[in-house]
Design a protein around this ligand. Structure first.
Ligand SMILES: Cc1cc2nc3c(=O)[nH]c(=O)nc-3n(C[C@H](O)[C@H](O)[C@H](O)COP(=O)(O)OP(=O)(O)OC[C@H]3O[C@@H](n4cnc5c(N)ncnc54)[C@H](O)[C@@H]3O)c2cc1C
Length: 376
């Protein structure tokens, strides 16, 4: 395929759609990035920004390897974004301490050590030597030195500034109502502003993606999982690393605030925040870092993670929708997986062999006839 002549439409301007547009524009493919609202106003700026390739994954396999690879791309990717767009995504290379309060949690965490690439077990005293603010009641935990972080709002600004610099066409407040099929291929989209066509259509619409594939018979088990967060501030910094335990994490940001997250609720497209959830997050964070009892409350928000039943994203071509590339369902790890997703989609658009085996993430893996097998 001659990339100079290729054009692409990307549906969805969250971190996934923006990272795909960034890779394609850099490869000489002119993109139109379309969002039903403003760019990056959904899950991608509700996130905490952990690059948790260790902390988030509970067993080895293709997904763990994909997360590892994306984590390795991150430093250079964010440096490229800063160079192109002039905005820093606030990459912080402090790791994560995953603390255990119960014997059961301790055993579960220790069982991950044999297959994890970058993890060590620390005693309670060793954990507290790194982060003295941690509760004396922790039994120890995992030190995950490579699980760094970014600030999702600054990452979004960096992506948007880079896309402007690279000449990407951006259409905000333009809902895509349907995909357009011509001659057995998806070749365009029907929007509030009329029809648009391109050589390649890419669906990166997060928790909303399934609404566009269902009319063509591809029912993706993709659904919103609400996460409520709070932000706190203390007079002096309490931690440098991200600290994480069952039920909550605390991610310190460069402006002195800390993001405490997050609930996991399957309640449709409702993004309201609730006092009880906010209180529980504060209680859990204070149990882990007792100084947070007296912290200043800065704010609260909620976002909708694009969840899938098997926890894996939908990445690649679908037999049900020739011509379409899917990149949705990144659930709890879309910030982490943005650089890998952008790179893999670029390879598919260019007709190159993807650098990573995409079979485990195939969009058709959960189609009606094999759904039972996948869900069980
Ligand atoms: C509370 C919380 C904490 C999180 N913490 C982390 C973390 O620490 N680390 C991490 O890696 N991940 C984290 N995540 C997950 C991460 O935020 C998501 O996986 C990621 O943002 C998904 O990106 P996306 O671009 O697919 O979706 P979104 O950001 O939701 O973007 C999808 C976009 O598609 C648009 N769209 C939808 N339908 C249409 C349509 N028909 N026409 C046009 N546009 C459309 C939407 O308007 C939206 O802008 C967290 C998520 C939440 C909610």
């Amino acid at each position: 395929m001659n990339s100079n002549k290729t054009s692409a439409i990307i549906i969805g301007g969250g971190v996934i759609g923006c990272s795909i547009a960034f890779e394609l524009q850099r490869a000489g493919i002119s993109c139109t990035l379309i969002d039903k609202g403003a760019l990056n106003r959904e899950a991608s700026t509700a996130a905490a920004g952990m690059l948790g390739a260790q902390v988030e994954i509970h067993h080895p396999g293709a997904f763990y390897e994909l997360c590892q690879w994306s984590q390795q791309l991150y430093r250079e990717w964010t440096a490229d974004l800063q160079q192109v767009g002039g905005v820093s995504p606030q990459y912080i290379d402090e790791g994560i301490l995953r603390a255990a309060f119960s014997e059961e949690d301790r055993l579960e965490l220790e069982s991950r050590l044999p297959w994890m690439h970058n993890a060590e077990w620390l005693t309670s005293a060793e954990m507290r030597a790194i982060e003295p603010g941690l509760s004396a009641n922790i039994l120890g935990g995992l030190h995950l030195q490579n699980d760094h972080q970014v600030h999702p709002v600054h990452l979004a600004q960096a992506l948007q500034a880079s896309l402007h610099k690279l000449g990407c066409a951006i259409r905000e407040w333009t809902p895509v109502f349907s995909l357009i099929e011509r001659g057995g291929r998806i070749e365009g989209v029907r929007t509030a502003d009329g029809e648009l066509y391109a050589d390649q259509v890419i669906l990166a619409a997060g928790a909303w993606a399934s609404a566009l594939t269902e009319p063509f018979g591809l029912k993706l088990p993709l659904f919103p999982v609400k996460g409520q967060c709070i932000s706190l501030r203390t007079e002096a910094p309490v931690i440098r690393s991200t600290v994480f335990t069952q039920g909550c994490y605390v991610v310190p940001k460069l402006d002195g605030s800390m993001i405490v997250g997050a609930t996991q609720e399957e309640c449709g497209y409702d993004k309201r925040c609730h006092a009880a959830a906010i209180g529980s997050l504060h209680a859990a964070a204070s149990r882990l870092l007792p100084e947070l009892r007296e912290a200043e409350f800065v704010g609260t928000w909620a976002g909708l993670r694009p969840g899938s039943r098997d926890g894996l994203p939908f990445l690649g071509h679908s037999a049900a929708l020739p011509g379409l590339i899917l990149a949705a369902g990144h659930y709890r790890n879309g910030i982490l997986l943005a650089p890998a997703t952008g790179r893999l989609v670029k390879q598919l658009v260019l007709g190159d062999k993807p650098q990573f085996e995409l079979k485990p993430f195939a969009p058709d893996r959960t189609s009606e006839h094999n759904a039972a097998e996948t869900v069980n």
